[in-house]
Design a protein around this ligand. Structure first.
Ligand code: MUC
Ligand code: MG
Length: 376
């Protein structure tokens, strides 16, 4: 045991369910409730660090569910790292990789909690431990995903009037392509010149459908198309990119840095959406970002509708990326009916603000945690 008080002495996990303000519809799923695993790491100095793993609609966005994440943390990751030093981030990550293949969301929650505990101990934000912040606010997208275009126009108007968001990502692929294209034409006409519009098809289309839709999306001024094809179809993405006039973003196609290298080598994306649940944590996110940049792929700060706990962890790492040219989408805390922290992530003038406190920069509201915990 070490003298600096940073030995990991306890790791606990809890499943949390928080309702959303409205139904959120993606190509393959629809949800009215977000499910998280909240992880707490206690170090020998008595400090507690927190981290969160988000899921979307059970094991349907990716293969991890809150139930599997909790089991992986409790049964495999925690025993592998108990007694280790919390500030040896790379060593702990290597131990977790040895204890469990993939399970990147579970690993990211544990690693986030380490950065929180160490940051709180040293009195510095996690961004300092990751190289230091190059920005403390980021332009932030809102996601339109009710599938009801009238509601979506009203929602966008509200966000514009509140000066919270003037950039919108529309979730498409749940309906017939023609219906989605008509929906996009109506949205673009209603918001004409006042907002940036991008779309996310969440792997919904085949290549011929995508070719057809990309022309119409370009015609209405959509500036980025996320994951139009299945994650496996990297060659198809490259062919599409060769024909399309609108840039393409890889999301489900890039989890590891090896994926980023393969997508880069194939010329299959212009942009990558970065997410802790995919890259296994903050360090993994920096690694994927570095490989993407080396391949000429631009960076976008992705989300999985995190609460302020998970959003804070993402913002801490996004703040350290020199080129976050495609901005970020951490609207999660705004789509929840409630949050888990005493002071939720703040938004101002179409930007999201990096919290300034030590560690992740947020403090749990224990009453809220008790209220939304699935079990005590
Ligand atoms: C995804 O696929 O990007 C992010 C925003 C949203 O509405 O869904 C997520 C997941
Ligand atoms: Mg996506």
């Amino acid at each position: 045991s070490s003298a600096n008080g940073l030995d990991i002495v306890e790791i606990r996990s809890q499943i949390i369910d928080i309702p959303t303000v409205r139904q959120h519809k993606l190509s393959s799923l629809s949800t009215t409730q977000q499910n998280y695993v909240l992880v707490r790491v206690r170090t020998s100095n008595g400090v507690e660090g927190i981290g969160e793993a988000a899921t979307l609609g059970g094991p349907r966005w990716s293969e991890e569910s809150v139930e599997s994440i909790k089991a992986t943390v409790d049964r495999y990751l925690a025993p592998a790292v108990l007694g280790e030093r919390a500030d040896r981030f790379e060593h702990v990550a290597a131990l977790m990789d040895r204890a469990a293949k993939r399970n990147t969301a579970a690993k990211s929650a544990v690693e986030s909690a380490l950065f929180d505990a160490v940051g709180k101990t040293l009195g510095v934000p996690a961004s300092t431990l990751l190289g230091g912040a190059v920005r403390d606010r980021m332009r932030v997208f809102w996601t339109l995903a009710s599938g009801d275009v009238g509601q979506e126009i009203d929602e966008a108007e509200q966000k514009l009037a509140q000066r919270k968001h003037n950039a919108f990502k529309v979730k498409i692929g749940a309906q017939e392509p023609d219906a989605d294209m008509r929906r996009m034409e109506r949205l673009a006409a209603a918001l004409d010149g006042r907002a940036t519009l991008i779309v996310d098809a969440n792997q919904a289309w085949d290549e011929t459908t995508a070719v057809r839709c990309l022309e119409r999306l370009h015609a209405v001024g959509v500036t980025l198309v996320e994951q139009p094809l299945p994650a496996w179809n990297v060659a198809g993405m490259a062919r599409l990119r060769g024909r399309a006039q609108v840039p393409l973003m890889a999301d489900e196609a890039i989890f590891s840095e090896h994926d980023a290298l393969a997508v880069g080598a194939a010329g299959a994306a212009d942009v990558v959406s970065l997410k802790l649940v995919k890259h296994g944590g903050l360090l993994g996110t920096k690694r994927v970002a570095a490989v993407a940049e080396a391949a000429g792929i631009g960076l976008y700060g992705g989300c999985l509708l995190e609460s302020s706990v998970g959003a804070a962890a993402h913002l801490q790492v996004f703040a350290t990326l020199r080129n976050l040219d495609w901005h970020c989408e951490h609207f999660g805390p705004q789509i929840l009916r409630d949050d888990l922290v005493t002071a939720p992530i703040a938004y101002d003038n179409f930007e999201v603000l990096l919290p300034s406190g030590p560690g992740l920069g947020v403090v749990l509201d224990e009453e809220k945690v008790r209220h939304y915990a699935r079990e005590a």
